[in-house]
Design a protein around this ligand. Structure first.
Ligand SMILES: C[S@@+](CC[C@H](N)C(=O)[O-])C[C@H]1O[C@@H](n2cnc3c(N)ncnc32)[C@H](O)[C@@H]1O
Ligand SMILES: [Zn+2]
Length: 577
């Protein structure tokens, strides 16, 4: 059968189309989960915006160099020196003061636009665009790689890798029908089964880690790595953080939420992520923080650190975008962005225990300030929950710093506004990104319904609780990870005071509460301020207006993380693998 666009569909295959990319599917040949379209759409948007930013930084550097060299005139020959990831730059360029969130670098193969190092600058000549190399370590049908190659303008080429021969066969076919086929083929050497084509999507058959380790040397590093495995991405993180250029992007999916977001397998969570999960309604945010923790600690080992750009908890998985950079001081600061949490087994109050702190010391003579890294005092909480007297359990260590970069998320939203028709899941993207953009950086959220259950009271409307916290001088936001949730800068005691004020107007039937219930402890304490429930103008934020489409629209009957392709392995995928 031949489609209108001229694609021949062989017997036994069906055509799957996502945006303008086409995939031939046969049962069990290679893994494809159509429900992950949201993941792929969001990834296209994030990588696109990341690359545009890199390009802007490159242009800014170039303009700065033009101006500086223009001033120097013909005798402006500059000394060359090594910087950052081994690129040779003019001394002048490396002095450029850069926007805080960008630590730009010039990529391999494009790092020396002649105009940049030439003493006689052709002022006004536009530099070449920043094109970049993306490595998709676990590509299956190649759909994701194909979409990146077709939809992200600055992609130089994508390396699409998979271990499975049937996935490689599928990829070859799919690359061909999408018009991204190679002109010739060659072998890169290194691993035995290398099939490298010179098209925009270049196939590699082999183990993901072996491939990434072969790109670990500075001159071989890639700009973006995408990890989208079955289950956990943890076995691939060490290789990934080493093979990304400075300022490059790491995109990670983990679908093992039974490990990350429940306390059924704490030992497995610890072995995979180096931390223990949370038993509380904010377990989905904790899942993100555990994955960030494992990326951060892996990066630190190699003098690198992470800047989370966007961390999403979606359906049955997490998807994280982090910038990877090098810098000794920021690596040291990772200690202060890592915490364990003591969590009340009843009222879910949490108590943060950072692992370290910075003490600034000013040198008496020079006046210079030194950051001294110190261990933390602890425990910062009593043995029992100070609110309800129940037992506490320990979670973490996990990342306690920001999980999104607000400016970056705003730019992804801008891109989405301009290109809504290019994303099949645009509505959902807009919902999630709008909430993520406004999200407070402080850990964890609560829902009024859950909080009300601890007090055995009726549930106050979300806007009432938000207004009361705002009137009391606290900040609030929603969390993308849970519909109907609030994050706040208020202490738990202040949230409790809002509920105690609510209960004054909406009394609790004490006869329904047992004498030993922790709820009695919560109810016995007076509010430490009288909450004002009048509607606060800021209680309805942009994200409050967005109906959070947390779950996939129109889920299929097989909605979920999907099942491993059978060829190469007949093992059905377990939820916690
Ligand atoms: C969930 S699928 C990838 C889906 C794909 N990224 C997408 O968006 O459609 C995971 C793939 O990883 C491959 N895989 C598993 N272990 C691997 C390894 N160690 N090295 C390379 N590929 C591996 C499997 O063969 C499978 O095709
Ligand atoms: Zn408690």
């Amino acid at each position: 059968m031949t489609t209108e666009s001229g694609i021949i569909i062989p017997d036994g295959f069906t055509l799957h189309t996502e945006n303008n990319s086409h995939i031939l599917r046969s049962s069990n040949e290679a893994f494809l989960n159509p429900v992950q379209e949201f993941n792929r759409d969001t990834s296209v948007a994030c990588i696109k915006v990341w690359s545009q930013e890199m390009n802007k930084v490159r242009e800014a550097r170039w303009k700065w160099a033009q101006e500086k060299k223009g001033k120097k005139g013909s005798d402006g020959a500059t000394k060359k020196r090594k910087v950052g990831d081994g690129d040779v730059q003019s001394a002048g360029v490396s002095e450029l003061s850069e926007p805080e969130m960008h630590k730009p670098h010039l990529i391999e193969g494009e790092r020396k636009p002649k105009s940049l190092n030439s003493p006689n600058l052709n002022v006004g000549k536009v530099p070449e665009s920043y094109t970049f190399v993306l490595l998709e370590a676990l590509s299956a049908t190649g759909l994701r790689s194909i979409r990146y190659a077709k939809e992200i303008p600055l992609v130089k080429y994508v390396i699409a890798n998979d271990l499975s021969p049937s996935a490689i066969a599928a990829m070859r076919r799919n690359i061909e029908i999408n018009g991204l086929g190679s002109k010739s083929e060659t072998s890169l050497g290194g691993s035995e089964n290398v099939h490298v084509s010179l098209g925009k999507v270049r196939i590699n058959e082999g183990d993901a880690c072996t491939l990434m380790y072969s790109h670990r040397e500075e001159k071989n590093r890639v700009d973006v790595v995408d990890l989208d495995p079955y289950g956990t991405a943890s076995p691939f993180i060490d290789a990934a953080v080493q093979c990304i250029k400075d300022g490059g992007l790491l995109c990670v999916t983990c679908t093992d939420l039974s490990v990350l977001a429940t306390t059924n397998y704490p030992e497995k969570c610890f072995s995979n992520y180096g931390g223990v999960p949370v038993k509380a309604e904010y377990c989905h945010e904790a899942a993100l923080r555990l994955v960030l923790h494992t990326i951060s600690t892996s990066a630190s080992r190699y003098g690198r650190y992470i800047e989370p750009l966007l961390s999403l908890s979606i359906d049955f998985y997490v998807r994280i975008f982090v910038r990877i950079k090098s810098g000794p001081l920021e690596v040291k600061k990772a200690l202060t962005k890592t915490s364990t949490y003591h969590i009340c087994s009843t009222c879910q109050s949490f108590f943060e225990q950072p692992l370290g702190k910075i003490v600034d010391k000013r040198h008496e003579l020079s006046g210079n300030v030194n950051h001294l890294f110190k261990i933390q005092h602890g425990p910062l909480v009593t043995e029992q929950c100070p609110h309800c007297n129940s037992a506490l359990h320990v979670a973490g260590p996990m990342w306690s710093g920001p999980i999104h970069n607000t400016d970056f998320v705003a730019r992804v939203l801008e891109d989405l506004e301009l290109n809504q028709d290019k994303y099949g899941t645009a509505t959902r993207m807009k919902g999630m990104l709008t909430v993520a953009k406004e999200e407070l950086h402080t850990p964890f959220y609560f829902t009024p319904a859950k909080m009300a259950s601890f007090f055995h009271c009726t549930t106050p409307p979300l806007d009432d609780v938000a207004s009361a916290l705002l009137h009391a001088g606290h900040k609030i936001s929603r969390s993308h990870a849970c519909p109907g949730s609030l994050k706040t800068t208020a202490q738990r005691e202040d949230i409790h005071s809002v509920f105690r004020s609510w209960i004054e107007k909406n009394p609790v039937k004490m006869e329904n509460i047992s004498e030993t219930s922790p709820a009695r402890k919560l109810l016995a304490k007076p509010a430490n301020f009288k909450a004002n429930f009048e509607r606060h103008p800021d209680s309805v934020t942009q994200s409050g207006k967005v109906k959070l489409v947390r779950y996939q629209e129109n889920p299929t009957s097989h909605w979920g993380p999907g099942t491993k392709a059978v060829s190469g392995s007949s093992i059905k995928r377990k939820r916690n693998d």
